[in-house]
Write a protein that binds this ligand. Structure first.
Ligand code: MUC
Length: 96
């Protein structure tokens, strides 16, 4: 199942810079592992913001919840999820 996920990061201004850098580094490694596995299919920065638009390819809602809630930045993000299905006019056979 494909999901459109938008994440907006809101780190508390009081968080020490070293702690923020550590969480971001752990987040990067985890997200890259998921991208390589094919579960996190697309990751785009929304220009001018600390938000991303992502496409996840997972088994079901439960797997999406598990992956997203394990993100190190999860406690500091607003997240919205939209389920996707194939558009009948799409010319991309593999939905890439
Ligand atoms: O920067 C972000 O958008 C938040 C998050 C998503 C991937 C990652 O490395 O950090």
């Amino acid at each position: 199942m494909l999901f459109h996920v938008e994440m907006t990061v809101k780190l508390p201004p009081s968080m020490p810079a070293e702690q923020a850098a550590e969480i971001k580094a752990t987040e990067k490694a985890y997200s890259q592992e998921l991208q390589r596995s094919g579960k996190w299919r697309h990751l785009w920065r929304v220009a001018g913001s600390y938000s991303n638009v992502s496409i996840f390819d997972v088994e079901d809602n439960t797997e999406l919840q598990e992956l997203v809630s394990n993100l190190p930045l999860f406690p500091y993000m607003e997240i919205s999820v939209k389920p996707l299905c194939r558009h009948p006019s799409s010319v991309r056979e593999d939905d890439s």
